[in-house]
Design a protein around this ligand. Structure first.
Ligand code: ADE
Length: 242
């Protein structure tokens, strides 16, 4: 998969080269290029923003410089691309989106700062390719860079060969619509707290049922919205009894 990121702070994306993602890049599963938006400015001040039409606080990123940058970045590779624009005004990015993005050949991220990018940029590219304005949560960051790190990590770990054990991704929170329950490792007792007996019983059926019950309990307590969104046949009789 090819990933391009356009930003005024290329250094912000350095963590993409670390740990799991760094290894995915090193092994050729992922090809990442970070571009400095200011390379496409034409004035001595390298201005990327201007005051908003209609007034109000903050600045808006100029369409010309974004247009020149995205034209050049998109043209540099033949693979069909999806353009992703992180913004607190976007629709929520979910695990389902992570799976859909992991099936793309190419993702191009446009990081806005200030009050965002002139809306005509998104409208223009949406005529030619799929464009998503996505939010990573109901809070406001200073810019899209951290959101790109979040999205790229969520996507890259789903690419075949990136995770050591593919079951890790298959058994994630959200893979069955529920939050994952608690996990334990050695020692058997830590600060007077024992590991639940069932997990040491060797009874795989009982362990699976226990894990399912804890996942249900946690989802009811922390994310009732997820439970309400499950399809009717997602819960079995024993689930409903809980
Ligand atoms: N940019 C600023 N805040 C953001 C958010 N919550 N999600 C995505 N991009 C953002």
């Amino acid at each position: 998969m090819r990933i391009d990121v356009v930003t005024i702070f290329p250094g912000y994306l350095a963590p993409l080269r670390e740990a799991l993602l760094g290894r995915a890049i090193g092994s050729g599963l992922l090809d990442v290029a970070v571009h400095d938006l200011r390379d496409w400015t034409h004035d001595v001040h390298q201005a990327v923003d201007d005051s908003p039409y209609g007034g109000g606080p903050g600045m808006v990123m100029r369409p010309q410089v974004w247009g020149d940058a995205l034209d050049a970045v998109l043209a540099a590779d033949e693979r069909p691309a999806r353009l992703v624009v992180p913004t607190p005004a976007g629709r929520p990015f979910t695990q389902a989106d992570a799976h859909a993005y992991a099936a793309e050949e190419r993702l191009v991220f446009a990081c806005g700062r200030y009050e965002g990018i002139d809306q005509r940029v998104v409208d223009h590219y949406a005529d030619a390719l799929p464009v998503d304005e996505i939010s990573i949560g109901d809070y406001v960051l200073v810019g899209g860079e951290v959101a790109v790190l979040v999205v790229v990590e969520a996507v890259a770990r789903l690419l075949p060969g990136v995770l050591g054990n593919p079951r890790s991704a298959a058994e994630d929170s959200f893979s069955d619509g529920l939050l994952e329950g608690p996990s334990y490792t050695r020692p058997e007792v830590w600060r007077d707290r024992p590991v639940p007996d069932v997990l040491r019983s060797g009874n795989h059926g009982a362990i699976a049922r226990w894990r399912r019950d804890r996942a249900l309990e946690r989802t009811v307590a922390r994310r009732p919205d997820l439970l309400a969104a499950l399809p009717p046949d997602a819960l079995d009789k024993k689930d409903r009894a809980l």
